[in-house]
Each structure stands twice: as structure tokens, then as C-alpha cells.
Design a protein around this ligand. Structure first.
Ligand SMILES: NC(=O)c1ccc[n+]([C@@H]2O[C@H](COP(=O)([O-])OP(=O)(O)OC[C@H]3O[C@@H](n4cnc5c(N)ncnc54)[C@H](OP(=O)(O)O)[C@@H]3O)[C@@H](O)[C@H]2O)c1
Length: 277
């Protein structure tokens, strides 16, 4: 892959100067810039990284699935990024459509994690209000005891489904009538999960963004257009504008890999008349 470091821009002030990100530095391992990020000092309860892929038109799915959007280098990076995670967080609709399995990292990575006192593999954490999930699915039945799949749900969940969920997974209730991102991240942090990798989907990611809980976004831009009318993040009603700063770029096989970190959240009142922050 070819990389470009993005220089600091001195706060949010616009300097009327553009920079050409040239294809200058060939890096042997694309994971290097991602592993170098210090995620030990999160702004809130834990560090939350979103990892998403979009088409050039911003689409997040093709015919309800993400696979056709993802190029070969994106698929490799997507799998490998899981090694940074204490947990892999996913919205229920993504689990239903994509048919998740437990995360299985390569043996050497598992050994390295164990040596650091971490679980061999990060557990999957599913967010669901309805608890309308297939409990016979691999993500529940094939998870190892040290990486048992978790379900994040809310207090008003159906009691029968809740009982079913408790048989198949570790259940965390975080919120009354919906899972509240702040309570959910606190509950994960209380269990020692400090680095949360959110793999979507767009609706759950939008809730994290609206609650100012997204610290980092890894966005792969795939060289195609024409997918579903679904952006990579769906803002819930009333959400403010969240701002991010570009930290690094990589490119391979016509796919652009962007790494952003949260700058600050700008609510509606802070916006100027022309819509800029
Ligand atoms: N481009 C990418 O990188 C990418 C990544 C992931 C997924 N996708 C695509 O995105 C689509 C699915 O995404 P999506 O946005 O429709 O769904 P999603 O975010 O995966 O899941 C939405 C579901 O999560 C649960 N949920 C979300 N917020 C909640 C809250 N505050 N409290 C309780 N439960 C909550 C609800 O589950 P219940 O309905 O069970 O209550 C809700 O229906 C698929 O087409 C998938 O292929 C794309």
C-alpha cells in the first residue's frame, strides 16, 4: 500500500492551502499506521473505532449486503483490524443480513493478545431492541467461552426473548426503551473493554456519532457507484453535526483508506447561516 501522513493544521482554522497527497511512501504492512495509534486515552468511557466501507456515492451496501462493496485490500484490512479490538460491536440488522461468525484471529495474533492479558479473540457484541435474532446462528453457538457473544439491549425488551438471549449470550441491559450509547460504552468499559471496534451498521453507527461516542473512523472508499440508498452513518432525528480530522491516508487497488479522528460535535445552534460550523 502507499501511504500519506496528514500534517497538523493548527486547530480548525482554515489556512487557504491545499496539500497534494502524493503516492510517495510504499509501506510493507498497511496495518502499521493503525497499530501506531494511541487508543489508551479515550475522550469518554472507552475508545470507539468505526470501520466502514463506502462507494464513491457514499453507499454502504449493495442489495442489502456489504461484500460487493469491499475490494480485496479492504477485505484484508477489515479482518486484520479486529486484532486491535477488545470487542467487535455490531447492530442487529447487520448480524441478520451478514450472518456473523465469532471472530477468529490468526494463531500468532491470538498468542500475542494472551501474552498481553487479553482474550485470544474479541467477543462480538450485538445491539438489539427487538431481540429478534437467530440464536442458532454461528455467532452464538460457536463462540468460545473466553469470547462469548454479548447482546446489548434495553429494559423494555420482551421478557421471553430476554430469557432466550441469556441462554445464548451474555446480556447487558443499557438503557430503558433503547440502548443508550453512553450507558452501553460505560457497561463495556466496566467489563474491561477499552477499545471497541464498531463494524456498523449505519443506523447503530449513527447513534454512536450522535452521542459523540465515535473517536475514530476508518473509511474505505471503494471505486464504484450505484448501491443502496444507505449512507455509512444514519443520523437519528435531531442529531447535531459531528466533525472529524483526517489523520492518514492509504491507497491500494483504487481503494482509498481514510483514517479520521473526532474533532468536536457541533449542535445546530453552533452552525452559521450558511451551514458551516
Ligand atoms: N458499508 C459498511 O461498512 C457496512 C457495515 C455494516 C453493515 N452494512 C450494511 O448495512 C445494512 C444494515 O445496517 P442498518 O443500518 O440497517 O442496521 P444496523 O445498524 O446494523 O442495525 C440496526 C438495528 O440495531 C439495533 N439498534 C440500533 N440502535 C439501537 C438502539 N439505540 N437501541 C436498541 N437497538 C438498537 C436495532 O435492532 P433490532 O431491530 O433487533 O431492535 C436496529 O434495528 C446491511 O445492508 C449491511 O450490509 C454496511
Amino acid at each position: 500500500m502507499l501511504s500519506g501522513e496528514v500534517s497538523e493544521r493548527g486547530g480548525s482554522q482554515y489556512r487557504e492551502r491545499m496539500e497534494l497527497l502524493e503516492r510517495t511512501t510504499d509501506i510493507p504492512d498497511p496495518l502499521t499506521p493503525y497499530l501506531a495509534v494511541d487508543r489508551s486515552r479515550p475522550r469518554h468511557e472507552c475508545w470507539v473505532t468505526g470501520h466502514m466501507v463506502a462507494g464513491l456515492d457514499g453507499t454502504a451496501a449493495i442489495n442489502g449486503r456489504v461484500g460487493a462493496l469491499s475490494t480485496a485490500p479492504d477485505q484484508v484490512l477489515f479482518r486484520r483490524m479486529r486484532q486491535i479490538a477488545d470487542v467487535v460491536l455490531v447492530g442487529a440488522e447487520t448480524i441478520r443480513r451478514e450472518g456473523y461468525a465469532p471472530i477468529q484471529l490468526p494463531d500468532d495474533v491470538q498468542a500475542h493478545r494472551r501474552a498481553q492479558g487479553r482474550s485470544s479473540n474479541p467477543p462480538v457484541v450485538v445491539v438489539s431492541r427487538s431481540l429478534d435474532l437467530d440464536w442458532s446462528g454461528r455467532v452464538f453457538t460457536e463462540a468460545s467461552p473466553d469470547a462469548r457473544t454479548h447482546v446489548l439491549t434495553c429494559a423494555t425488551a420482551d421478557p421471553d426473548r430476554l430469557a432466550e438471549a441469556e441462554r445464548a449470550a451474555t446480556v447487558i441491559v443499557a438503557g430503558h426503551s433503547s440502548v443508550e450509547p453512553e450507558a452501553a460504552m460505560q457497561a463495556l468499559a466496566d467489563r474491561g473493554h477499552r477499545v471497541v471496534l464498531c463494524e456498523g451498521g449505519p443506523r447503530w453507527l449513527g447513534e454512536l456519532v450522535a452521542a459523540d461516542r465515535l473517536d475514530e473512523l476508518l473509511l474505505s472508499v471503494s471505486p464504484l457507484m450505484g448501491g443502496d440508498l444507505l449512507p455509512v452513518s444514519v443520523a437519528p432525528p435531531g442529531a447535531g453535526i459531528a466533525q472529524f480530522e483526517l489523520k492518514s491516508t492509504l491507497v491500494e487497488d483504487h481503494t482509498l483508506f481514510l483514517r479520521y479522528e473526532a474533532a468536536r460535535t457541533v449542535g445546530g445552534a453552533a452552525r452559521t447561516e450558511d451551514g458551516t460550523a
